[in-house]
Design a protein around this ligand. Structure first.
Ligand SMILES: O=C(O)C(=O)C[C@]1(C(=O)O)C=C[C@@H](O)C=C1
Length: 367
């Protein structure tokens, strides 16, 4: 309150310094933006694309390594993502498709990865994100691929088998679900509307607190929030952002069964419109393969990785739906095929597998 009555001279003097620094920062950011515009012109002349995920990852990694504080190192990535997003927008608009409407975790993931200077293309389903990106109505798509509680997002992974799209980046989010409603009470809820994954991630809480309410799967959590805003007997499971978007109360916060619930999203694009990212120095390669149904086939498939010193960070299987007990194996390995050991391992692996598709090589998520 002291500030209102008589401004503290020490505070005023400090704010004068902050104002001066902000002006210096603004001038420096404009110099950076001018350089990015020139980079954009050079790229246009040579017919290459504006977005370079490997370069953005290197910029952020480099600054994090140099940060001496007191700015927290976790603050570096979000600040520079926004700066590079604004600079990129001066080169060309970035159209990004994701599962909408406004307020979904997919939208949060899209903004977290590309920054907010993008053209948002919200889609009604994950399939539509794939279709929109394949058709070229969006330059990139953001799709959930894995959740720490529920495992693989089968719907997304299946699409990689039937579309030409490939992965150029990844980002992950802490997913905190909240019970949202028009009134601030748990009484008289007839149904809880949310995406099936969110209902599954809150299964135990719903059993304990709303055992008699119907669980109604809808296309997205934000769509559930929209429905709950129209009918006071409905509740939604969604983010606080979706809650504010639709004017709902947070009746119970953080109701997900796993406190560390995380979702990993893939950033996808079309190979005819975007090249694969070059090596950033800290990369991941995702692939999907099948092996023949004979003893030792799985072991033989893994030998080239070990022999070339390549680490595997994910190995998951999914039925191939051929009726033959065949499986697709989704594998993530560390490294980029530009490096000899990864290239040799992949060449050998390709020969050992019936079906072999590289889903993408991209910089590991930096945050
Ligand atoms: O270095 C480039 O290629 C740029 O276009 C500049 C810049 C940046 O702002 O730093 C912007 C967009 C790219 O995705 C990468 C980096």
């Amino acid at each position: 309150m002291a500030e209102k009555d008589a401004p503290n001279p020490e505070l005023l003097a400090l704010r004068v310094q902050i104002d001066a620094l902000d002006r210096e920062l603004l001038a420096a950011l404009n110099r950076r933006a001018t350089l990015a515009q020139t980079v954009g012109e050079v790229k246009k002349r040579e017919g290459s694309v504006a977005f370079r995920p490997e370069r953005e990852a290197q910029v952020i990694d480099g600054l994090k390594a140099e940060n001496t504080g007191p700015l927290m190192t976790e603050s570096v990535a979000p600040i520079w993502r926004e700066i590079m997003s604004a600079c990129r927008a001066l080169e060309t608009p970035t159209r990004v498709a994701y599962l909408g409407p406004a307020g979904t975790f997919s939208e949060e993931a899209a903004l977290g990865f590309f920054g907010s200077s993008i053209v948002r293309v919200p889609c009604a389903s994950v399939d539509e994100v794939f279709r929109t990106t394949t058709a070229g109505a969006a330059d990139f798509g953001v799709v959930p691929v894995e959740n720490s509680t529920e495992g693989m997002v089968a719907r997304s992974l299946d699409q990689f088998l039937v579309t030409p799209l490939f992965i150029i980046g990844e980002t992950s989010l802490f997913v905190r679900h909240n019970l949202l409603r028009k009134t601030n009470s748990l009484a008289g809820i007839s149904a809880v509307c949310a995406h099936p994954q969110a209902l599954a991630q809150c299964h135990m809480w719903l059993n304990d607190h709303l055992p008699h309410a119907e669980r109604r799967p809808v296309a997205s959590n934000a769509e559930g929030a929209r429905l709950a805003s129209l009918d006071p007997t409905l509740a939604a499971v969604a983010s606080t952002r979706a809650g504010s978007e639709y004017g709902l109360h947070v009746v119970s916060p953080a109701i997900q069964d796993d406190a560390n619930n995380r979702t990993r999203f893939a950033i996808i694009t079309h190979p005819e419109r975007h090249p694969a990212p070059k090596a950033s120095g800290h990369d991941c390669t995702s692939l999907v393969v099948t092996v023949s149904n004979r003893p030792g086939a799985l072991h033989d498939m893994l030998v080239p990785l070990k022999a070339n010193g390549v680490s595997m960070t994910k190995f998951e299987s999914r039925p191939a739906r051929s009726g033959q007990w065949e499986y697709y194996f989704y594998i993530d390995i560390e490294g980029h095929p530009d490096t000899d050991n990864v290239r040799h391992a992949l060449d050998k692996l390709r020969k050992a597998c019936g079906f072999f598709k590289i889903l993408g090589t991209y910089p590991v998520d930096v945050h």
